[in-house]
Design a protein around this ligand. Structure first.
Ligand code: ATP
Length: 456
């Protein structure tokens, strides 16, 4: 049976992203650079909104979490302690189908032991990008671009503990760029060599780790569905024993049904005390924790939920994409969650008539103080609605001649295409409530649905 795939083609997403300014091939005028992508005016907003939603959920709204922002280049010993220097320095082959990497010397045949897929040529391969710090390019000056943000958290465990006066259990969150010289890249922004991660290291007392692990698996799964990803496109997959790193106790992937099939969106691992013990050993510093309630000293266990910003962006875009029949034509619409939509509201004066412009600009100026707002006065109202649907704008505000008399405007909602009249002074408050999740049709004010062909 062929593997299940998302109904949306990746080509459609790539083309919409290019056309509307979400994502462009990097340095395109020079022919592009393999697996590198640039986020355009709408893409940068989407990405910021994803990161803000994550930060709010895992830092701002919790009292057991703090944030950190560590440097991309770290002391080279970091990567010796973490296992990255040794772990990736053998000749590697990678399965072109499932992307598992194998040491070439460990294999008998020339197909993937896991799925029998075709293998790449062996390469002496370290996944980390190497560069030199300072003017001399010798071994003593080698530094790496971090392949994950996690190690910046571990090496600061003691600093954060001492300065924030947190007690176990507590966690540290970080968002930042990571770099991996991946053997195989592809599927648009799914696997690239430069990407952004959102990582948590949550420290617990050994023995409390399993319950905490279950909690974070549920919590992270729910984060995606709360932001609108359809249940049927989301699943959890537990790693088999043979897949687990030698130190890991357990690991789940949150998987999404991408256009190419099910694939990892986020990994949640119970890493035991491996990282703190390793850094303690290599740095000579004591990275244990003194529990002043019980008088015990121990090295905490760590639960690591590790997500990708770019992969999440791709999943949110794919899941939101729809083509619907509306008034006899196809409308392309991104049903993005209000929190994620790059533009929250568009101001559309009925025409460029000079009487309408001052009021339309006035409303625009006011709304911009609260939301990412676009002003569009080109072409028919119907065409302008479609343009906003295609980029996922939840609300369009139309200013017409009646507005000049009654100080009311028409607000049209993206998903239902319902329209209502609303006093201008109510706009900000009402849109704020709707964007933060209040259902569109619960308020009596919003109950008058537009019917027929009012969108011409
Ligand atoms: P994969 O096997 O898909 O390469 P991984 O298991 O190596 O991923 P982790 O090391 O667990 O990934 O990284 C955590 C998260 O970081 C992933 O779930 C993913 O969202 C993101 N990520 C990792 N590598 C990449 C990459 N090359 N491009 C984009 N995102 C990535």
């Amino acid at each position: 049976m062929p593997e299940k795939k998302n109904r949306v083609d990746m080509e459609k997403i790539v083309s919409l992203c290019k056309r509307r300014g979400f994502i462009f091939p990097s340095s395109e005028i020079y022919g592009g650079l393999g697996s590198c992508w640039d986020y355009g005016p709408l893409g940068v907003e989407l990405k910021r909104n994803i990161k803000d939603a994550w930060w709010r959920a895992v830092v701002q709204e919790r009292d057991d979490m703090v944030g950190i922002d560590t440097s991309i280049m770290m002391h080279p010993q970091t990567w010796v302690a973490s296992g990255h220097v040794e772990g990736f320095s053998d000749p590697l082959v990678e399965c072109k189908a499932c992307h598992l990497r194998w040491r070439a010397t460990d294999l008998d045949g020339n197909s993937c032991p896991d799925c029998s897929g075709e293998l790449t040529e062996p390469k002496l391969f370290n996944l980390m990008f190497k560069t030199f710090m300072g003017p001399v390019e010798d071994d003593a000056a080698v530094v790496y671009l971090r392949p994950e943000t996690a190690q910046g958290i571990f090496v600061n465990f003691d600093n954060v503990l001492a300065s924030s006066r947190k007690k176990l259990p507590f966690g540290i969150a970080q968002i930042g760029k990571s770099f991996r010289n991946e053997i195989t890249t592809g599927n648009f922004i799914f696997r690239t060599r430069e990407f952004e991660q959102m990582e948590i290291e949550y420290f617990v007392k050994p023995g409390a780790d399993e319950e905490c692990f279950d909690y974070w698996v549920r919590e992270r799964f729910n984060w995606y569905s709360n932001l609108g990803i359809r249940q049927e496109n989301l699943r959890l997959r537990q790693h088999g024993k043979e897949e687990l790193a030698h130190y890991a106790k357990d690991c789940y992937d949150v998987e999404y049904l991408f256009p190419m099939g099910w694939a990892e969106l986020e990994g949640i691992a119970n890493r035991g005390d491996f990282d703190l013990v390793q850094h303690g050993k290599y740095s000579g510093k004591n990275l244990s924790y003194f529990d002043d309630e019980t008088g015990e000293r121990y090295t905490p266990y760590v639960i690591e939920p590790s997500a990708g910003v770019d992969r999440s962006a791709l999943a949110f875009l794919v899941d939101a994409y729809d083509e619907e029949m509306a008034e006899g034509e196809t409308r392309v619409v991104l049903h993005l969650h209000g929190e994620l939509a790059p533009i929250k509201v568009a101001i559309l004066p009925l025409s460029r008539n000079e009487k309408l412009v001052p009021l339309a600009r006035e409303v625009y100026t006011e709304l911009r103080r609260h939301f990412m707002t676009q002003y569009d006065d080109a072409q028919s109202i119907g065409r302008r609605y479609r343009r906003q649907d295609e980029i996922g704008t939840p609300f369009c505000v139309t200013i017409d001649f009646q507005s000049l008399e009654d100080n009311q405007v028409t607000v049209r909602e993206r998903d239902s295409m319902a329209q209502i009249r609303l006093p201008i002074k109510e706009l900000v408050k009402t849109l704020q409530a709707k964007l933060s999740g209040e259902p569109f049709d619960t308020q009596p004010l919003w109950a008058t649905r537009a019917s027929g062909s009012s969108e011409q």
